[in-house]
Write a protein that binds this ligand. Structure first.
Ligand SMILES: Cc1ncc(COP(=O)(O)O)c(C=O)c1O
Length: 384
């Protein structure tokens, strides 16, 4: 018998689709996989070389549980330079991916009776990880473009609210929180003494000249209440290396470190050296990749609308999240049909708490996006 704790959570639906698509591909099917939540570009060469060097130099033993000091310093510099937030190394905990950081934070902060507000659509793992902490996920709606709004969050606040989770640019919708809304959220959080967990893993994937803003940068009061979460996964195409991190006020950071020291221990020593090179090394490769994503985004949006699925230009991340209500299928039926009959993998909106939509990832080559979208069009035509 498994515990009640594990029985109340679901396996990740995005991982399940990706696994099925990979299996079908292995069986020789011509699958177009638009379900992936990771850039299709390789990890930069200088980063790979740093890891090889670490192995050669026998940097292969335990490190401090919350990460090596040089990496924490690089993260502190990154926060200062890119996010205009002044943290010190005592605020920073390096973990085995952003997912691990999220888990450690909720396990350190929340308990039975607490509530965590999560705007919809949300990244699949948030609500299940909150459930694992015995707190209650309280889902909250967003505006018609899936933008997080302070007033909608405010409506959900009760005396038990301990945490507000925000994610901008958002997975799966690509929406970006307006700065004025972000400031309002900061004011509410400070006034009501509620923590904000700001998931900024897509901060660099932001288009049309928009710029990412970190809520912790507004003032010292909100910085104290904020846990800023980030990861090397998306920015540096390092999903498999498993390095993420968070920054929080010192007592909470200590609690997260304690959690980690009694569970996983340190993130992989070799991957930490790779992360150090990623953060301190050249960043220019990113510009090219972002501009490639921008082109792919245009192609996908154009073809989705051409196929009859309404989709506005997403402002960030690397996903389109069109409505599928016109097809009269629910999102799971749509994705099943699309995969089984037309060999395209996409993720049902219900996995993100939002029925009536499907997530297509444009972290795929232009020819794959074109082929995938042509097949989507065929599916839509077959339904009419
Ligand atoms: C919104 C969001 N946050 C966090 C993560 C965690 O990524 P990782 O654990 O690879 O750092 C993901 C991954 O898909 C994500 O989409």
């Amino acid at each position: 018998m498994v515990s009640a704790r594990v029985s109340k959570i679901e396996p990740s639906k995005t991982v399940a689709i990706d696994t099925l698509a990979k299996q079908l591909k292995k069986e020789g099917k011509d699958i177009v996989n638009l379900s992936a939540g990771e850039p299709d570009f390789p990890t930069p060469d200088n980063v790979k070389e740093a890891a090889i060097k670490a192995i050669r130099e026998n940097f292969t033993k335990y490190t401090a549980p919350s990460g090596i000091i040089e990496l924490k310093e690089a993260i502190v510099n990154k926060f200062k330079k890119e996010n205009n937030v002044g943290y010190s190394t005592e605020n920073v905990i390096v973990s085995c991916g952003g997912k691990h950081s999220f888990y450690n934070i909720v396990m350190s902060l929340l308990q039975k009776g607490d509530e965590a507000i999560i705007p919809k659509p949300y990244w699949v793992s948030y609500s299940d990880m909150v459930k694992l902490s015995d707190a209650a996920p309280i889902l909250c709606s967003t505006d018609e473009n899936f933008r997080i709004e302070a007033d909608l969050i405010k409506e959900k606040i009760t005396k038990n609210t301990k945490l507000i989770v925000i994610n901008s640019p958002n997975n799966p919708s690509g929406s970006v929180i307006e700065e004025k809304e972000l400031r309002k959220i900061a004011d509410i959080a400070v006034e009501k003494n509620i923590h904000v967990l700001s998931d900024e893993v897509y901060e660099h994937f932001i288009y049309s000249g928009k710029k990412h803003v970190s809520i912790a940068s507004f003032n010292e009061d909100i910085k104290k209440m904020t846990i800023t979460l980030n990861s090397l996964s998306k920015t540096y195409s390092m999903t498999g290396w498993r390095i993420g991190y968070c920054a929080a006020e010192k007592d909470l950071a200590k609690a997260v470190e304690k959690m980690q020291s009694q569970s996983t221990g340190n993130p992989t020593s070799i991957a930490q050296k790779a992360a150090l090179e990623a953060l301190n090394g050249p960043q220019d490769f990113l510009k090219e990749r972002i501009s490639e994503f921008e082109k792919r985004r245009s192609l996908m949006v154009k073809m989705l609308n051409g196929a009859g699925l309404k989709c506005d230009l997403p402002e960030g991340a690397f996903y389109c999240f069109p409505g599928i209500e016109s097809t009269k299928l629910n999102s799971e039926q749509f994705c099943q049909k699309l995969l089984k009959e037309h060999l395209v993998a996409a993720v049902p909106g219900i996995a993100f708490g939002t029925e009536g939509h499907v997530r297509f990832s444009y972290a795929a080559s232009m020819p794959d996006i074109k082929k995938g979208m042509e097949r989507v069009k065929k599916l839509i035509e077959s339904l009419s």
